[in-house]
Design a binder for this molecule. Sequence first.
Ligand SMILES: Nc1ncnc2c1ncn2[C@@H]1O[C@H](COP(=O)(O)OP(=O)(O)OP(=O)(O)O)[C@@H](O)[C@H]1O
Length: 368
Amino acid sequence: MLQTDELIVGNSAASKDLKKLIDVVAPSSTTVLILGETGVGKELVARSIHNSSNRTGELISVNCAAIPSELLESELFGHEKGAFTGADKNRKGRFEMADGGTLFLDEIGDMPLSLQSKLLRALEDRTIQRVGGGKDINVDFRLVCATHQNIPSKVDNGSFRADLYYRINVFPIQVPTLAERAVDIPQIVERILSQMGKYDDIIPPEISESGYSELGRYTWPGNVRELRNVIERAVVLFAGKSISGTQVKENLLRLKVPDREEEMNAIWDAADDLSGISLGGIGDPEDAPLPHPSHYRDWFSYFDTIDLRRHLRDIEVVLIEASLEKSDGMVSQAAAALKLRRTTLIEKMKKLMIEKPVAQSSALENID
Ligand SMILES: Nc1ncnc2c1ncn2[C@@H]1O[C@H](COP(=O)(O)OP(=O)(O)OP(=O)(O)O)[C@@H](O)[C@H]1O
């Protein structure tokens, strides 16, 4: 059975953290909730958890969004002969099939409310009843769920039971987006090409350095699944050829690649306009820690407002301080790391009252 390292390709910090979490939780029987955008590899994570557990049974997967709700109950819990029209024999459901193994409920956010209470009971008592059967059946299953949806907001609007959410949210694992681990792209591409080579006689194309850098700049809304599609297209269009950056951009990616530099300049320009804002918030115990950019998408599900200008400024301060620390107080190096001109960084340091690390120099006037 393939283990985590073989299944999940990538050595980025985000991928390493993910694999560590999987290896920590896999041997226990804890319920796991896998969170992440579409195509990030949630099913792969579920498989890794099962393969690295000591459970001898099978991994049984159910996609709650793909099965019509009127069929989902008998699919999960099984049925007795005569339970409904067409039930001509007794049939085990997926819970029973997962006995001794792992039950993976994908797209749990789409589970109909009527079934949520039955699932909760199964989780609490570790027993189920088939549709049309009155007998309790003991089942020894480990539950792993996944969703790309924001379940807390479904709890708020009444379409997901709060008690079930607490039951399944015992050990959440957030799977990073492909954009968050863009450095893994070359390795993942290699894996995809070798998998394709097993089934088809392909002449793989060669992706040039500029080609890889375009792939690295793209935002990947469809994550690894989209990368797989792009590589399949590349194999058809560029079999045995080298693919340039322009070809990646113009022939393979579906959207215009945003110009990062342009974007960054716009952000810095916007930040430059924010003069006279108090920095008193930094280190203020009332401040939440800085969330990852993708987490802002859910911000307004939890809070009514955000002080955007102060927040951008806080991020600026943290990054400038970190780069100065990394470069031992060398402003030119820090500016290069931040892709700023040295004079711009000095300006910003003055405006934001940032000093070089104390050990190197205590005075801002002595900037290299
Ligand atoms: N780290 C990775 N290394 C190699 N292949 C990966 C990786 N992550 C995802 N994949 C591949 O990407 C594709 C999508 O993965 P998967 O189906 O697990 O995503 P998902 O998050 O479950 O998607 P959805 O939410 O749409 O169900 C699969 O072909 C999977 O093998």
